[in-house]
Structure formats: structure tokens, C-alpha cells
Design a protein around this ligand. Structure first.
Ligand SMILES: Nc1ncnc2c1ncn2[C@@H]1O[C@H](COP(=O)(O)OP(=O)(O)OP(=O)(O)O)[C@@H](O)[C@H]1O
Ligand SMILES: [Mg+2]
Length: 262
């Protein structure tokens, strides 16, 4: 199972929208996909159609009570896509983790436990909260690679350098294998000259690391979560959905060949 964390400490840059729609696109391409919602806001869980009352086990149980991963997953209404949902108590986890040993390793330990989980999924997408706190550190320590959604706005690159510094620290201290699979430009507005300029700057600074696909600002993407559906299912023809399908295709091209279950 390949583990992809979706992180950026900046809020509202499209992490969750990317997590939901890339996970859905992968599932539609026959990748058996697990989405882990590691954000106490629970936006990925809501957006995929799991109301709070239906979240049987959550990322909190996984990290704090060390309930086996295989017992924390639940089905979504999307074929090939399961989720470990988040509940509000996950906000307490950030505090509770401070006092436990190996506090940045909890998620990795959950993956490492002998369980059938590796054979059940080809890929795991981890949606992170907007901070570089312990939840995100757990995700980065457990992930094989990181996908960074970057909003085309003025301070985008500044935030990114802080994130890259954190990645370096995680590589040095916890997870030398952590890679960066790519940076996805989000909320691109063709009519706004500033977004154009930012996109150009980001590309000249990061080169190939930036995915060719750009996610446009698209109202359908923001409507979909209130229906508990990925945009890809809510309106698979809209510009946002088409962009996410293209992004997922690019991502697949960059991922190592998936390991099929024996
Ligand atoms: N390409 C887009 N076009 C229009 N609206 C978008 C787009 N991407 C995301 N949004 C909307 O912008 C808001 C923030 O997006 P999202 O929740 O994906 O960001 P986030 O980085 O996960 O936020 P947070 O940091 O709070 O977790 C949401 O209301 C979402 O529906
Ligand atoms: Mg989010």
C-alpha cells in the first residue's frame, strides 16, 4: 500500500477537496483506496457522506487508543473507497499525544501492526489539518510521499518554504524515506492576473515538482461536500472534476507501480 499525505499548514488551500477527489478518482481507476481523515474538522468525512453519527471508529481511536487500523475503517458509498473518519475528539488528540512516547509515530505504528490492511488497499490518502502540529507530523512520519496543494495567491511560496523545512526535519528525524510526489496548484483563476503570476513563480521555483494539471476555481467543487458527495460524482463533467481526474492520472504516473495483493 502506498501512503500519500496531503498537507499544507495553510488553511483553506484545497487539501480536503484534493484528498476527496483524488481518492475518488483513484478508486474509480480500480485502485483499492483508503482515505484517512486526520483533521478534527472532519471535512473529508462529511464531504464523502459520513455524518458524525455514523462514524463508528475514528482516527482518534486509531492514534490514542491504538485500535487496529483494520477495525477503524468503514465503507463509503463509493466502490473501492473506504475511510477512517475523524471526529471532534481528534482535536484533543493533539494535546493528549504530547505526553505519550513516540508521539509522532502513532500512525506509522498503526500501519506497521501485523494486519491484513496492507493486502486490502493499494493506496492510502491522508488528509491533514491546517497546522504543522502532531497530527500532521504523524501523517508525514507514516507517509511514503507528500502531495502539497498550493493555492495560487501571494503568500503561497512563503508558506511552502516552511512546509519544506518541516519535511526536511521529518526526513532527518523520523522518516528518511519521505518523498514529495508533487505540488498541485489549486483555485486557479484564469481571469486574475495575480494567480497567473503566482503560478508562474511557483513553476520557475519548483520546476517539475509542480503538476502540469491546475485545479481551477470552480463552484461545483465547493457545492459538492454539502451533498456528501465528491465533486467527481456530484458533477463529473464540471471543470473541477475534470481537473481532478487529470491530476489523479498524473499522480498515478508518478507513483511506484502499485503492489497488488498476493
Ligand atoms: N478549486 C476550488 N474552487 C472553488 N472552491 C474550492 C476549490 N477548492 C476548494 N474549494 C472550497 O474552498 C474551501 C476550502 O477548501 P478545502 O476544505 O478543500 O481546503 P483545506 O485546505 O482542506 O482547508 P482546511 O485547512 O480548513 O482543512 C472549501 O469550502 C472548498 O469547498
Ligand atoms: Mg481540510
Amino acid at each position: 500500500m502506498i501512503r500519500v499525505a496531503i498537507a499544507n499548514q495553510k488553511g483553506g488551500v484545497g487539501k480536503t477537496t484534493t484528498a476527496i477527489n483524488v481518492a475518488t478518482a483513484l478508486a474509480a481507476t480500480d485502485w483499492r483506496t483508503l482515505l484517512i481523515d486526520l483533521d478534527p474538522q472532519g471535512n473529508a468525512s462529511t464531504g464523502i457522506g459520513i455524518p458524525a453519527a455514523d462514524r463508528h471508529r475514528s482516527a482518534y481511536d486509531l492514534l490514542i487508543d491504538q485500535v487496529p487500523l483494520s477495525e477503524c475503517t468503514q465503507r463509503t458509498r463509493i466502490t473501492n473507497l473506504d475511510i477512517v473518519p475523524a471526529t471532534v475528539d481528534l482535536s484533543g488528540a493533539e494535546v493528549e499525544l504530547v505526553s505519550v512516547e513516540h508521539r509522532t509515530d502513532r500512525l506509522r505504528q498503526a500501519f506497521d501492526q501485523p494486519s491484513p490492511i496492507d493486502a486490502r488497499y493499494d493506496v492510502c490518502i491522508i488528509d491533514c489539518p491546517p497546522s504543522l502540529g502532531l497530527l500532521t507530523l504523524n501523517a508525514l512520519s507514516a507517509a511514503d510521499t507528500l502531495l502539497v496543494p498550493l493555492q495560487c495567491e501571494f503568500f503561497a511560496l512563503e508558506g511552502l518554504s516552511q512546509l519544506l523545512k518541516t519535511v526536511e526535519q521529518v526526513q532527518q528525524r523520523f522518516n528518511p524515506e519521505l518523498g514529495i510526489i508533487g505540488v498541485a496548484l489549486t483555485m486557479y483563476d484564469r481571469r486574475n492576473r495575480l494567480t497567473d503570476q503566482v503560478a508562474e513563480d511557483v513553476r520557475s521555483c519548483l520546476g517539475e515538482l509542480v503538476f502540469q494539471t491546475v485545479i481551477p476555481r470552480n463552484v461545483r467543487l465547493s457545492e459538492a461536500p454539502s451533498h456528501g458527495l465528491p465533486a467527481l460524482i456530484y458533477d463529473h463533467q464540471c471543470a473541477g472534476s475534470r481537473a481532478y481526474i487529470a491530476l489523479a492520472r498524473e499522480l498515478i504516473g508518478r507513483l511506484p507501480q502499485r503492489r497488488k495483493a498476493a
